[in-house]
Design a protein around this ligand. Structure first.
Ligand code: BGC
Length: 402
């Protein structure tokens, strides 16, 4: 017999995207980096197609917001997480573009008209060129610039928006950009890394105060990329190593901003088995097109681990690259069963945002990983539902998973 798992009333069913990955036509540090001689040489040396790795028009979402809203409607979403692009809003230091500000205002108004609650991310990685040239996240100056930008966009959209995500996965960004040297500004420098982390923490805190001072009812948090570290066979050494990993990766940033957040945004993609003798590697039954092992149970444990913060949790991202749509419905179903179990165990989970609404530009990987519930034809920009979209639409409509 099939068991029906009902979700709490007013649960937010959503999908997520970010500006750089779908909007198109952006001029920021990422778009500049994509076309830099160093990057193009890297692509050529690795026999990678340049066009596939330059965001360009992306999914053309900025030009055609209606196409995305139609996808949301087809999914029966009651919420949508997206990001505004800083370089569009403030293309020059201190000069704000009224047309861009109004574009986002009209967009959130349209969402509201369709009974879709907007969750707005203020920074999902790229920054304007002028700010990059002033030192980007390595420079303390960015704290005041981020605050000024926050003040501007939040007061402009405040009448329509209640939920604000200041920063997306700050530690993924700092790791990739300042330790691994893979993303702009491509450094491998632990000191630069620590500076960036510290500036991100301060920027968040100040932005938090600003958003609350604009409207006390605003709900503010970050989207934190947490990994489920599993201590293999519960061995004491593995447990100890897990504690360290949890602290460094999952908790350090959240602890620092603890008193400056109304909710926790959880982005869940990875499970990592901690095994000190490294002999047995975890075998995943299923993997995504990026060969990321799929481990839906992990979200249950992560949610339980977040309980100690005593804050509502929104799953601000979760998804997989799956061009053929082989595993997506299964994955969504299993993830949601685990979310339901965590809710039953007392974790206050208030929403789930699937990554992603549509196929998008997957950062350094380019366009080839397909995360979308909807497939995008990059010649016509047409959106076409993958079959998992139907599966998810049914869940969103009935507020339950079977
Ligand atoms: C990021 C997204 C990205 C997704 C899939 C998350 O870490 O926030 O921008 O597309 O993972 O890799």
């Amino acid at each position: 017999m099939e068991i029906e798992l009902k979700f709490p009333k007013q649960f937010f069913w959503g999908a997520a995207t970010s500006a750089h990955q779908i909007e198109g036509g952006l001029i920021n540090d990422w778009s500049d980096w994509e076309k830099s001689p160093k990057r193009l040489k890297h692509l050529t040396d690795n026999k990678l197609n340049h066009f596939e790795h330059i965001s360009g028009q992306a999914a053309n979402s900025f030009e055609n917001t209606n196409a995305d809203i139609a996808c949301m409607q087809e999914l029966n979403l009651n919420s949508y997480r997206f990001s505004v692009d800083w370089s569009r809003i403030e293309p020059e230091n201190g000069k704000f573009d009224q047309v861009a500000l109004d574009h986002y205002l009209n967009f959130v108004k349209k969402l509201r008209a369709h009974h879709i609650e907007p969750f707005v991310t203020l920074w999902h990685w790229p920054i304007p060129l002028w700010l990059r040239d002033l030192g980007g996240w390595e420079s303390k100056e960015i704290i005041k610039y981020f605050d000024r930008f926050t003040q501007k966009i939040v007061s402009h959209l405040n009448s329509e928006v209640n939920f604000w995500v200041t920063l997306n996965e700050p530690t993924v960004y700092t790791g990739m950009s300042f330790l691994q040297g893979q993303w702009p500004p491509q450094k491998k420098n632990p000191f630069a890394h620590e500076k960036a982390i510290s500036n991100l923490i301060h920027a968040h805190k100040l932005a938090y105060k600003t958003i609350k001072s604009i409207d006390q009812n605003n709900q503010v948090g970050i989207a934190s990329h947490n990994i489920y570290f599993e201590a293999y066979k519960n061995h004491p050494i593995n447990r100890l190593l897990k504690k360290g990993a949890d602290y460094l990766w999952n908790e350090r940033f959240l602890n620092k901003i603890c008193d400056y957040q109304d909710f926790i945004g959880l982005n869940y993609y990875f499970h990592n088995q901690i095994n000190f003798n490294l002999k047995e590697k975890h075998q995943y039954e299923k993997a995504s097109d990026l060969d990321w092992g799929l481990h839906p149970e992990g979200i249950y444990y992560l949610l339980k681990e977040l309980k100690k913060y005593n804050k509502p949790v929104y799953i601000t991202e979760n998804g997989l690259a799956d061009k053929g749509d082989q595993h997506r419905s299964w994955f969504i179903g299993e993830i949601l069963k685990n979310v339901h179990k965590a809710i039953n165990d007392g974790v206050s989970v208030k929403g789930y945002f699937h990554w992603s609404l549509i196929d998008n530009f997957e950062w350094a990987y380019g366009f080839h990983p397909k995360f979308g519930l909807f497939e995008v034809d990059y010649n016509t920009f047409e959106r076409k539902a993958r079959s998992s979209a139907q599966y998810y639409a049914d869940i969103c409509k009935n507020n339950r998973v079977i």
